[in-house]
Each structure stands twice: as structure tokens, then as C-alpha cells.
Design a protein around this ligand. Sequence first.
Ligand SMILES: Cc1cc2nc3c(=O)[nH]c(=O)nc-3n(C[C@H](O)[C@H](O)[C@H](O)COP(=O)(O)OP(=O)(O)OC[C@H]3O[C@@H](n4cnc5c(N)ncnc54)[C@H](O)[C@@H]3O)c2cc1C
Length: 474
Amino acid sequence: MKRVVVIGAGFAGLAAALRARRAGADVTVLEALPRAGGKAALGWADFSSGPTVVTMPQVLSALHERVGLPRPHFESARPTTTYSYADGRTFAPGALAVEGDLDGTLAQLSRTEGQDYLRLLRLARTLYQDAQDTFLFAPPPSRTALLRYALTRGRRASPGRSLASLVQSGPYLTPFWLRFATYLGADPYRAPAVLHNISWVELGMGVWHLNGWAGGPPGQARGLGALAARLAEHAGMLGVRFEYRTRVEHLVHERVAPGRRLVYAAHTGRGVFSADVFVSAADRDHTLGWLGAPPSPRPLGLSGFALQLRLSEALPAAHHLLFSQDYAREWQELRAGQLPTDPTLYLHLDGDRAFFLVNAPPRPELGAGRDEYARFLLWRLQERLPLPVREWRALSPAEYARVARGGAIYGSAPHGLAGALRPGWRLGSYDNLRQVGGTVHPGGGVPLSLLSGWNGAGELLSLPYDDLGGRGPW
Ligand SMILES: Cc1cc2nc3c(=O)[nH]c(=O)nc-3n(C[C@H](O)[C@H](O)[C@H](O)COP(=O)(O)OP(=O)(O)OC[C@H]3O[C@@H](n4cnc5c(N)ncnc54)[C@H](O)[C@@H]3O)c2cc1C
């Protein structure tokens, strides 16, 4: 039986472990934290501490089916998010796939804004559809695949053009369109135009709330943290061994032929784990460090400063985004490595819990003033959207640095065309090692991290590529 070591029990590591186990391998997962979930598992244990926007539910459902779990129960978020501006204006768009039309969304916009909205949404759909077969639901693209994309679809992706020049749409809708690039850790003013495709995932295909599992009572477990716990529990039942509180320190490897190296063992604070093949589902730069290689020379993408909030009353599930007065200025501060003085506030309400987040530079040292900045954020929130907060806990870039180099949520910044192309699953000449997860192909976010883990492990075990039902006519 093939022995597989998976490093990291985030979404990608869980998917990798499940795929390998389903293929009959003997699987051990090494995880530094005391529980599964990775970026969703920091802070309070009963709370998701990172991902809250559930997209591409088909991928999550397909994964459940493949591993023999009942499907999760999804409720569509209507509206997708409520956007509030500093002058009091609000905009609450619905997703096309959920609403069936855009009438309710367009009714909130002026004629010119509405025309722009339709034009930019169509363009986002085109970019998304163009990217699907090469960059999202396929193995990391070969040179030939890249060339084919460039020749057939590349011009539509406006190479050489910035996102900021593409989505100029007045004082309200420009920041609205720009913000989607943060879903991949980009500074929207440095992102390439092609990242406009991300907005289609939310505004075209929809946003969902995860609410229990088919056959179980709704509300039995909510949020993506609960999903990770469920996948880990199931993997354990299938025979995957989880070694928690086990931090990998380095990987032992050797050259076996010119241009070919093999990894033999993972050294951890709790002993040595050897295997036939290794899947690293931790941050790519961490893996490079364990191999004795330098980190990627690319600049790091965004981190976050978050608060978990316990509320004294239950509120309906909803997403809110409260824009700062001056979005461009906020990004100047972030670019200068500072926590914003007037940040855009993101809030996810879910019963008697809320997750509250602002963008932050990837600088763990900013955690030193954690409580002071957290109190400032709470004060800003209460000014604009008062909530009955009973208790809070802050998670600064220092906490996110426990699971990602510099606390950069998505690894290197996707700036410029080359930056937007995520690194592949192979690391140099290591034949029996694959790098998966949100810092590599096909990209960050929970569904893509699951796809990465499922298929990166699949490739190592010579299993066919499986798009987990993700590719569609959307
Ligand atoms: C604040 C925030 C908000 C987000 N919002 C959303 C959202 O709304 N929707 C969405 O889809 N996505 C969102 N994301 C992104 C999403 O959470 C990630 O892309 C995804 O969770 C990445 O999963 P992963 O398995 O690749 O990595 P991780 O979750 O980082 O897992 C890596 C694991 O490796 C472990 N590890 C690291 N080093 C070692 C070591 N030396 N030894 C052993 N184990 C180690 C870590 O402890 C961790 O458990 C958000 C992320 C954050 C932080």
C-alpha cells in the first residue's frame, strides 16, 4: 500500500487526504494546529475565522458525493452582499443565477450605472468562461495550453491593461468592481484586467450560506469551519491518521538521477514521518523553506485583520461591505505597509456570531498593536452598523502568519499577468512531492483549494483529473 504524507489539514490537505485514502493509500496528515481547517480554524474553535463567502457550491457538493458524505445544505444569499457607502447610499445586488434576472439590481442604479453594470458583468462572464478550461478546472497549464489560450482568448483578457482602467464606472461602482480582486489577495490598483473574472463568480453564479447537511436538521452546523471539521471527521473514519500539533521543520530529500530528486521524510517536532509520496498543502513558501530553497521573489499579497464577534441576539445570515470614504487612499496606506485609518469594513452575520474583516498588509509585526486597532475597528463598525456585540476576539496578520508566510492569505500577489498565473503543483525536480492549496493553481478560496488538493494528490497517484463538477455553462 502506498504511504502518503499530507502536510496541512486546511481544505486542500483534507481534499488531498480524502482522495489518496479513497484510492487505497495509507495516509497520514501532519498538522501544526490542534484541529483541521487551516485559515478557517484560528481563534475560537466554534467559529470560522476566515472564509465566509461560500461560492461554487457545486464543487463542495461533488466532493461530498465522491467521498460518500451527504451533500451540504446551501441557502442562497439574497442579496449577495449589501454595499454601503460613506454618504449613506446602499447597493444590494442579486446574483443572476439566483434571481433569474437583473431587474432588482438595475433598479438601484442610474441609467448610466446600469448600462455599465451590464457591460462589465458580461465582460466578467466572458473572462470567466474563457479562463475555465485552462486556469480553473484543469491541471496547471502547460506551455502549449497557455499558448492556445493566448491565441484563442488572450486578447479578450486585455493583456497589458490594468483592472483599474477596465472598471472605471463612476464614484460608487468603481470601488465595487475593484474589490473583487482582493479575493485573490491583490491590490486592486495593481491587478491585471483579467482578474475582473472573479466578480462573475459572485454576481453571476451566486453566493451561498452553508447550513447543515442533507438529512440533518438545518442549523446543525454552519459555516466553512464546520465543513472542515466534518471532512476531517469523515477522513478519520475512512482511516486517515491525523497528527495534530505536529509542525514540519524540514523535508529530507536526495538526488536520485540528474534533474530528479525524491523526498524521503518529514522531520517534525514530534518525530520523523517517512512515506512514498508527499503532498504539501501548506503555504508554498513554507514548503520551499523545508526543502532549503529560498521563498518566491514575488511580493506577498494581502493579509487580513479580523474580529470574531459574539452577539447577544441572533441576526439573519448576511454579508455587508461598508466602503471607506476614499478607496484609493485606503490602498495607498495598505501599499505603504500600514493598517488603514479609514478601512473598508467587511461583515458576515450568521445568527449570534459575526466575522468582521478589513484588508491588511502582510506584516505580522502589526499584531503588536492588535487590541488597540481592534477597538478602533469596533468603534467604526458601531458608527455605521450598530451590533449587539457581547464578546470579541481579534486575529491580526500575526495570527494569519501562523498558517501563511507573512500572513499573506493567498501567497504571492497576483499583480501583472505573470503574477496572476498561479504556480503549478510541482516544485522543481521533486518527483514524489506536490504542492497544493490556496497559494498555487488554480487559486485561493475554499472551492479552488479543494480542487487543488483533490487533483494535486490525484496527479501524484496517477488518477485522472476530476473537475469536481465545477466546469459549467455559467
Ligand atoms: C480572513 C480570511 C477571509 C477569507 N475569506 C474567504 C471567503 O470568504 N471565501 C473563500 O472561499 N475563501 C476565503 N478565504 C480564503 C480561504 O480561507 C483559503 O484560500 C483556504 O482556506 C486555503 O486553504 P488551504 O488548505 O490551501 O490552506 P490553509 O488553510 O492555510 O491550510 C494550510 C495548513 O497547513 C498547516 N501548516 C502550515 N505550516 C505547517 C507546518 N510547518 N507543519 C504542519 N502543518 C503546517 C497550517 O496550520 C494549516 O492548517 C479567506 C481567508 C482568510 C484568512
